[in-house]
Design a protein around this ligand. Sequence first.
Ligand code: ZN
Length: 126
Amino acid sequence: MVSVREEDYLKNIYEITKTKKLAKTREIARKMRVSDASVSEIIAKLKEKGLVIKEPYKEIRLTKKGEEIAKDTIKKHETVERFLSDVLKIKRDAHREAEKLEHIISKKSLEKMCVFSDLKNMLLKY
Ligand SMILES: [Zn+2]
């Protein structure tokens, strides 16, 4: 099982590596506003779970499985945030709430949000 905190790390590492290819401990720490020690601690756990590759004194990369989880979490965040802001018209807190819901929302609820959002768009169009 991957914890909420670990999912957030995978997400942030993915975002860093998307532009720079490799993530440094310091960059992850800065982006997530945590200490270098916290990053090292979580990275060790993620490595144990086969989600990141980290060789001594080298930068951090996601494994295929780690990247899948990162992308999945980002997709959930986007879907929830869009649903909250576009359908429910919750603007101010949509991002903050999506940040939490991305970790706990079920596949079924997500699917229903997508279907509902699309239907709503169609209704608005015609
Ligand atoms: Zn999150």
